[in-house]
Structures are given as structure tokens and as C-alpha cells.
Write a protein that binds this ligand. Structure first.
Ligand SMILES: Nc1nc2c(c(=O)[nH]1)N[C@H]1C(S)=C(S)[C@@H](COP(=O)(O)O)O[C@H]1N2
Ligand SMILES: [Mo]
Length: 327
């Protein structure tokens, strides 16, 4: 049985949608209008009262093995906002490989993470292939509480566990020709159905990239955990990028390849729409997205229901002291 609910105030309606998927939605809407009725009334419903079954499944998906004891880096031990409720962060995600709405947490459980390998290759002296054990044991893990700002103007505060990207740079030694890095996410069309529209024409696999100087910055982080335990699949298990001064889409999930290259790599959202999603993508309240302001954000922190608080967005998401000199 399908229950069509009235959208709550915290649900973004089609008319005010500030979604990375709006590109698709516009076209989907056009198609739908031709075919008649669907459209505006069918929106992803997230945060509605979950059935107890679904609550249980969500809790199970987040109940991954512990990564404790890991020390919190005292420099990144807090921000002046509360940490987002774990059950909210774990059911409000962007992971287009598994769907074009925020409720992909259950579909993402299909991600096969057991025999994961990350190939580190390209313009480096020591190319390496890391397995899961390497990722969790070779590098010293630490916890960092970071602000997280999606280009769609919602935000969270998340307690990541992982290691700074500069440690990987030191391990593989990029050559002087390496000017950029490209991250490639897991993709297998049999497992990752995509958002259900335009799938064939989308630039899979999801890729992202940075300048080497950005990757070497103190803030740039590989997360292998969150909330004290191994990264749940919906957050991009087993390893994803976290770049707190940039919009969330820069943080590629479920990375299988890290490649050092000479020229700026093509990236997923930039390929889809370069006007809306730049390569640099630093959080900037003074530079509106072509379709919405970036001056404020919807800060999502407390459960059990998904509600938010409107807060000002800070330049570089509050991390200017670390990164402003790069630009
Ligand atoms: N592979 C992959 N990585 C991705 C995405 C994606 O769709 N696929 N979405 C990005 C976007 S737009 C955001 S906001 C964050 C969301 O991370 P979270 O769901 O863990 O909060 O992941 C980023 N990384
Ligand atoms: Mo995002």
C-alpha cells in the first residue's frame, strides 16, 4: 500500500528544490508532463515516521564494528555546533549510484565491501594497492569533528575517523609531474542502479578531484569510520574523501582508485553541469549557486524527526585559517 503524505515543512518541495538532481528533475518533469500526471506530488519522503521494522534495519545498517580506541585530534575536537544525531546522518544521504533521493540508505546496503581494494596509481614513485586491513591499520587513525556543507544548502556536523590525505601522499610519493589527484568511486551497473533516470548517459563511475596542494592540506581527510565505528555503507564505506571547506559533492564515497595525474581531471557533477558545480567548489556564502543562494544553510542536528535550523554559511565553511592561502 502506498501512502501519499502531505510534505512536511522540512521536506523540500519540487518548486524549491535545491538538489544536485534538479538537473534530472527538470528533464524528468518535462517528460512526465507529456505523459501526464506524476511530478510535483511525488517527492522523496524522508524523515517521516519510520515503521519499527525500518528503524531496526537502519540501526542495524549503522551498527558496524567499533574502531575504538581512537583519539580525537584536539585541534578538531569541536565546532561551535552540536554533532548531528547519528540516526539522522545515516538516513539522509546523497549516493546517486543507489538512487536520486535522500533515502538510499537501505539500497546502499547492497554495496559489496568485503574484498575491497584501493589502487593508488599514476604519477607516483610507489604505486600501491591497499586492502581493507591496510586502510584501517597502516595509517594512524584519529577522530575529527568537522562541519559538512552540501551544495544543496543543508549541513551537518559529523565525527569522522580516518587519516589525513597527506599521509597517503607521503607513502606513494607523487612525482613532480603530478599536479592533480582523481578519486574514482565503486561502480557496477548490476549493483548500482543509479538514480533511475538518464542512467546510461551519466558520467559513471563517480569521480572527483583536487589539486595536489589541496590534497596536501591539513584538513583533507580520508574517512574509514564515523561515530566511533567502521563507515556504514550509506556514508561511502569503506573509504571516502572528506573535504570540509568544500561542498559535499567533492567528497567521493566508496573509493576504489586514487590516481595522480598531470592535468585537471573531469569530475562527475562538473561534467553534468559545469555552471552549477565547479571543480574548485569551495563553500562561499557570497557566491550563489545559479539557482539558489548559498548565504544560509539548513543545519540538521537533532532527531528523531528531520528538522533544521537556518544558520549563516561561513566562507570556506569556517575553515579559512587553514585553506584561504591556497586560493
Ligand atoms: N560516489 C559518490 N560519492 C558522493 C556522492 C555520490 O552521489 N556518489 N554524493 C556526494 C554528495 S552530493 C554529498 S552531499 C555527500 C553526502 O555524504 P553523506 O551521505 O555521507 O552525508 O557525498 C558525496 N559523495
Ligand atoms: Mo551534496
Amino acid at each position: 500500500m502506498t501512502i501519499i503524505r502531505q510534505p512536511q515543512s522540512w521536506e523540500i518541495s519540487e518548486s524549491q528544490v535545491t538538489s544536485e538532481a534538479a538537473y534530472f528533475n527538470r528533464r524528468r518533469l518535462l517528460k512526465t508532463l507529456v505523459g501526464a500526471t506524476l511530478g510535483a506530488s511525488i517527492m522523496p519522503i524522508v524523515g517521516c515516521e519510520q515503521s519499527s521494522e525500518s528503524k531496526k534495519a537502519l540501526a542495524t545498517s549503522l551498527d558496524t564494528a567499533s574502531l575504538r580506541p581512537v583519539d580525537t585530534n584536539p585541534v578538531f575536537a569541536e565546532v561551535n555546533r552540536p554533532i548531528t544525531d547519528e540516526l539522522l546522518a545515516g538516513r539522509y544521504n546523497n549516493f546517486y549510484e543507489f538512487g536520486g533521493n535522500k533515502s538510499i540508505w537501505s539500497k546502499a546496503q547492497n554495496l559489496p565491501t568485503e574484498d575491497w581494494k584501493v589502487e593508488v596509481t599514476g604519477l607516483v614513485n610507489n604505486p600501491r594497492i591497499y586492502d581493507l586491513d591496510d586502510l584501517r591499520k597502516k595509517f594512524p587513525l584519529e577522530e575529527r569533528i568537522y562541519r559538512f556543507r552540501c551544495v544543496e544548502a543543508w549541513s551537518m556536523v559529523l565525527p569522522w575517523i580516518g587519516f589525513p590525505m597527506k599521509l597517503l601522499i607521503a607513502a606513494v610519493e607523487p612525482t613532480s609531474k603530478a599536479k592533480f589527484v582523481r578519486f574514482t568511486s565503486f561502480y557496477d551497473s548490476k549493483i548500482t542502479p543509479g538514480p533511475g533516470f538518464h542512467v546510461g548517459s551519466l558520467p559513471w563511475p563517480y569521480t572527483e578531484g583536487l589539486r595536489i596542494e589541496e590534497m596536501a592540506n591539513e584538513l583533507a581527510f580520508f574517512a574509514v569510520g564515523i561515530y566511533g565505528h567502521i563507515l556504514p555503507k550509506q556514508h561511502g564505506a569503506p573509504i571516502r574523501a572528506v573535504l570540509p571547506w568544500k561542498y559535499g559533492f567533492k567528497g567521493a564515497k566508496s573509493i576504489v582508485k586514487v590516481e595522480f595525474v598531470a592535468t585537471q581531471p573531469a569530475t562527475y557533477w562538473n561534467t553534468i553541469d559545469s555552471h552549477e558545480y565547479g571543480f574548485e567548489a569551495n563553500v562561499n556564502p557570497n557566491k550563489p549557486h545559479p539557482r539558489w543562494s548559498q548565504a544560509t544553510e539548513k543545519f540538521i542536528s537533532k532527531g528523531p524527526d528531520l528538522s533544521w535550523e537556518k544558520l549563516p554559511t561561513l566562507p570556506y565553511n569556517g575553515y579559512g585559517e587553514y585553506v584561504a592561502s591556497l586560493y
